[in-house]
Design a protein around this ligand. Structure first.
Ligand SMILES: Nc1ncnc2c1ncn2[C@@H]1O[C@H](COP(=O)(O)OP(=O)(O)OP(=O)(O)O)[C@@H](O)[C@H]1O
Length: 601
């Protein structure tokens, strides 16, 4: 027997709210495994959410405390951070446009390292972590933040963040960057790369006496530019950078597409030292001459391999090479990612001068922290299988503090459809993808983060960089076509010392992923099902043509300059790929050519 319910999808409920109707087609409700084949009363209609922007917990068990900001709220009363030095020039950064600086720690609900919940990163586990550095005169790593002279104000903010020790990537990357060297850094997801590039930039800005910036009306002259592929990630980096630079006088501004440009222009006019941006919006600002890159001293590309992938490469080249940014050698360039395919490394060398290559960790994921499972699920069974998993999760929830579940699908339509299906079956879900308005995207993410809707269905727009505490489970409902994308997706859990679970649904449409997936799992000491090993043996290496990696060097964990074939006959740092473009017939989501609206940006 199936119960019928009325429901409303996210988009529709807004529309319905407008026209006073909420009628939807009738759908059978999900029946949990233990109630199947039983005569039963119609399932309780899920308490669907009235508000189009708030999918609420509905009947999601007893997880009533999802919404509570339990940690760190109201932390304040810190003394003035002072300043590293009295930096001259710069101008606009001291006063924050004459406004009082908001305490970014005030509403800090990041529980990652709270005493109650977390023992913090298990640093001992990292003691034997393999680290590879190459390049000339590599500065030695440090063991503590105290060993590095970051300045009082920044040190105080590090304490406010409750960072006790530097993570392995920070131990190596910060001294390298502070020594003024260009860096290509590869370290696993959730291992603290954001701070690894933010600390040296902030410290450097505080330390240096930069020449007076030009005074051209309505044009901003940032000293540092941090580029990232998605709006949400740029916002996150901006939030982090604001914490790190609190009371230092360093001004951080974010610019990204999909949001009104006027507000961003106003912020820029008030002065900016560090500009965090997505490429599309930045190009717009440059073309309007509202931003000049003439004074850039630091360029950081987060998710650098994605930024130099064919979707973004033309825009990145335009920003870095064709506008007024100082060339390599005159600026410091920092590239970070958890994955660095060799062909991207080659391309990246165009943007670097005498760089140091750093690889921290064994494989391109948080390895032991993430339990990886792969299950054979027919396309037609995926939905019911997912609901079984979610149901079991709910049943096993002993303390009412269910973790969050992130479900990755291939297409935007697929995301909408799955979200709808979950909601009508009583699983509080929301979704994020490139066809949603920016407001909807931000609202969905907020609702997920707070636990109000503990299931987020997402396309690859949420695959990289997002640091969402309490993501306990990542489900690859549709496997990606590229193993690196898999690495980034599962990296949304098992972050910063926490354990996580990743489940992948595999079927015959994923044959090209059999071998890379089996290899990756094996390297991460995960149990590889015998059937997957058989598939892997039968199928040639696939996993995305842009990402063939030779020699077993996982996640590009090897400096491409060491390859005998590297750049034969040309200058070591001259860039092997020349004009870029490495002819990749990819079908990965999100990439876009010049002038095309992006799901990412
Ligand atoms: N030294 C530290 N001590 C404790 N926590 C830290 C430290 N450095 C960073 N963190 C925390 O670790 C978490 C992950 O950091 P971050 O988002 O920078 O990871 P990432 O390496 O950039 O991951 P991804 O590859 O997914 O982008 C964040 O919540 C951050 O606040």
């Amino acid at each position: 027997m199936s119960a019928t319910i009325r429901t409303s999808s996210w988009g529709d409920s807004a529309e319905n709210a407008a026209n006073g109707s909420s009628a939807r087609p009738l759908k059978p409700a999900y029946v949990p495994p233990h109630l199947r084949n039983r005569s039963m009363a119609p399932a309780e209609p899920p308490s669907m959410v009235a508000n189009a922007n708030d999918r609420g917990l509905g009947n999601w068990g007893s997880s009533s405390n999802f919404n509570k900001p339990e940690f760190g709220a109201g932390r304040q009363g810190y003394g003035s951070g002072g300043g590293f030095n009295n930096r001259g020039g710069g101008g606009a950064v001291r006063e924050h446009g004459g406004r009082r600086e908001v305490n970014p720690f005030e509403n800090d609900v990041n529980e990652s390292f709270s005493e109650q919940e977390n023992t913090g990163i298990n640093f001992d586990a990292y003691d034997d972590i393999p680290v590879e550095t190459s390049g000339e005169n590599v500065p030695p790593p440090v063991n503590t933040f105290a060993e590095i002279d970051l300045g009082d104000a920044l040190n105080q903010n590090i304490q406010r963040c409750k960072y006790v020790k530097p993570t392995p990537v920070q131990r190596y990357a910060i001294p390298i960057s502070l020594a003024g060297r260009d860096l290509m850094a590869c370290a696993q997801t959730g291992s603290g790369k954001t701070a690894a590039f933010c600390f040296p930039i902030i410290s450097g800005i505080l330390r240096e006496q930069y020449a007076q910036r030009p005074r051209v009306a309505r044009t901003a002259y940032p000293l540092a530019l941090i580029l990232s592929p998605t709006r949400e990630l740029s916002c996150q980096i901006h939030d982090e950078a604001k914490k790190f630079s609190y009371q230092t006088g360093v001004k951080v501004v974010v610019a990204y597409g999909g949001a009104p440009i006027t507000q961003q222009l106003r912020e820029l006019e008030r002065g900016v030292d560090i500009l965090v941006a997505t490429p599309g919006r930045l190009v717009d600002l440059l073309e309007r001459a509202r931003v000049s890159l003439q004074m850039i001293r630091y360029l950081a590309l987060d998710e650098a391999d994605r930024m130099l992938d064919m979707g973004f490469e033309p825009q990145i080249r335009k920003i870095v090479e064709q506008m007024d940014m100082p060339p390599p050698g005159m600026r410091q360039t920092l590239l970070f990612s958890a994955t660095f395919p060799k062909e991207i490394q080659r391309l990246a060398s165009d943007f670097l001068a005498s760089y140091i290559f750093l690889a921290v960790g064994r494989v391109g994921s948080s390895t032991d922290l993430i339990s990886q499972r792969v299950e054979y699920v027919l396309e037609s069974d995926k939905r019911s299988h997912l609901m079984d998993l979610l149901h079991a999760q709910r049943e096993n929830d002993v303390n009412g503090k269910q973790g969050l579940t992130l479900v990755f699908v291939e297409t935007k339509k697929g995301a909408d459809a799955l979200e709808h299906c979950l909601c009508v079956n009583g699983f509080p879900a929301t979704c994020i993808h490139g066809d949603r308005t920016q407001q909807e995207r931000e609202q969905a993410l907020r609702s997920f983060k707070t636990g109000n809707t503990p299931i987020l269905v997402a396309t690859d727009v949420a695959a990289r960089g997002l640091d969402i505490p309490r993501v306990a489970h990542v489900v690859n409902f549709d496997l990606p076509n590229d193993i690196d994308d898999y690495v980034h997706r599962i990296g949304r859990t098992g972050r910063a010392g926490k354990m996580g679970l990743a489940t992948a649904f595999f079927n015959d449409s994923n044959l090209s992923m059999a071998k890379p997936l089996a290899d990756l799992m094996q390297e991460a000491n995960q149990e590889v099902p015998a059937w997957l090993t058989r598939y892997a043996a039968r199928t040639p290496y696939g996993g995305g043509s842009r990402n063939k990696r030779t020699g077993g060097a996982r996640f590009g964990g090897r400096d491409v300059r060491k390859d005998s074939s590297y750049n034969k006959g040309t200058d070591y740092y001259g860039g092997a790929a020349g004009g870029g473009g490495y002819g990749v017939p990819t079908s990965y989501g999100g990439g876009y050519g010049q002038g095309v609206t992006s799901a990412w940006d």
